[in-house]
Design a protein around this ligand. Structure first.
Ligand code: CP
Ligand code: NVA
Length: 351
């Protein structure tokens, strides 16, 4: 993806901003780019996002003016609780503003062409966040718009979720390399992004899905193409017990995703043996965490006793959506340096 000219105007990132840190600052390889897919990212890009997110989470006050006067717009064709709120709260705490456009009544591009929408938006806003059915709507907007576009979930990927998930795992375990992740259930958007992010960062992921419901072959191929150092490994199986045996983390998601509601009853039968319950969790490592992107369908893909147990990190994941997306916005808009200049001007303590 080429660098986008409208995305490179952050005053906080300019050469005149004072930065008291003596540590050499990493080159921001994400400035002015889109985030449509984990496939867009190198291991170094992901490392930069994770490191930035750890810093932003630890010292949020240092970034409270970093996106001052920046405007983010969200067009969502599907419902959302976490993604919408974490982008809104996230950019507000960076000094910027968010505008939400409910797109659930019609698809983006139905009233006027996607290109025309893009060429309007790029005149008004600094970043575009899309939740759509067709992934091509997001890549199309990214191709047309001269400001960064972020995938907030499509039918085939959920990159902000996956980046948050590996951030949460790193926070919990300290190191992603060699970590054993089991994903049990539908080979869906969440599974695709998670398997790519996990392999890219050196974890070993095994997905257990019913025959015909595993990840799409192109995502398996993309993960296998990463299989150079320090990439991890990917295995696809049908037996959930095989995936979970000795795992450090057990992940599941809805059996019927948004847009598949008409298949929900049929899928309950097909996925019945893939419920993450106490018996299945007992096969994982004693220290294993339970993960879910939420919303959970309690009594279907997970039981109450697992999601409410001490092993569950689902609300850490939900919280971390905000920290990781703040890092993504700071990097795409090239404003990830701590705002020492603003602290000096305002004389307000940063902690
Ligand atoms: N996990 C997630 O994306 O949640 P929402 O659908 O509520 O945004
Ligand atoms: N796979 C789910 C994820 C929701 C966050 C869906 O697409 O509905």
């Amino acid at each position: 993806m080429t660098t986008k000219p409208y995305a490179m105007q952050s005053p906080a990132a300019g050469p005149n901003v004072r930065n008291n840190s003596r540590a050499p600052q990493p080159v921001n390889t994400l400035a002015g780019r889109d985030l449509c897919s984990i496939c867009d990212l190198s291991a170094a890009d992901v490392r930069l996002i994770l490191n930035t997110a750890h810093t932003v989470k630890a010292r949020p006050a240092q970034y409270r003016h970093a996106l001052a006067s920046k405007q983010l717009v969200m067009f969502f064709e599907k419902d959302s609780l976490r993604t919408r709120l974490t982008f809104e709260v996230g950019i507000n705490t960076l000094g910027g503003s968010a505008i939400f456009i409910d797109q659930t009544a019609s698809r983006l591009g139905a009233r006027e062409t996607l290109a025309d929408v893009a060429h309007n938006l790029e005149r008004w806003v600094d970043v575009i966040v899309l939740r759509t059915y067709a992934h091509e709507t997001i890549t199309g907007m990214a191709g047309y718009a001269r400001v960064p576009v972020v995938n907030a979930l499509s039918d085939i990927e959920h990159p902000c979720q996956a980046l948050t998930d590996i951030f949460t795992l790193e926070e919990h375990f300290g190191d992603l390399r060699g970590l054993k992740i089991a994903y049990v259930g539908d080979g869906n958007n969440v599974a695709h992004s998670l398997l790519l992010a996990a392999v890219l960062m050196g974890a070993n992921i095994t997905l257990a899905s019913p025959e015909g419901y595993g990840p799409k072959p192109e995502f398996i191929a993309a993960a296998q193409a990463m299989a150079a150092t320090p990439a991890g490994t990917l295995r696809c199986v049908t037996d959930p017990r095989e995936a979970v045996a000795g795992a450090d983390a057990v992940y599941t998601d809805a059996w019927a995703s948004m847009g598949q509601e008409h298949e929900a009853e049929m899928r309950q039968t097909i996925f019945h043996a893939y419920q993450v319950n106490r018996e299945l969790m007992a096969l994982a490592a004693p220290h294993a965490v339970f993960m879910h992107c939420l919303p959970a369908h309690r009594g279907e893909e997970v039981t109450d006793e697992v999601i409410d147990s001490a092993h569950s990190v689902v609300f850490d994941q939900a919280e971390n959506r905000m920290h990781v997306q703040k890092a993504i916005l700071l990097l795409l808009l090239d404003a990830a340096q701590p705002d020492f200049g603003a602290r000096k001007r305002s004389n307000i303590p940063t902690f």
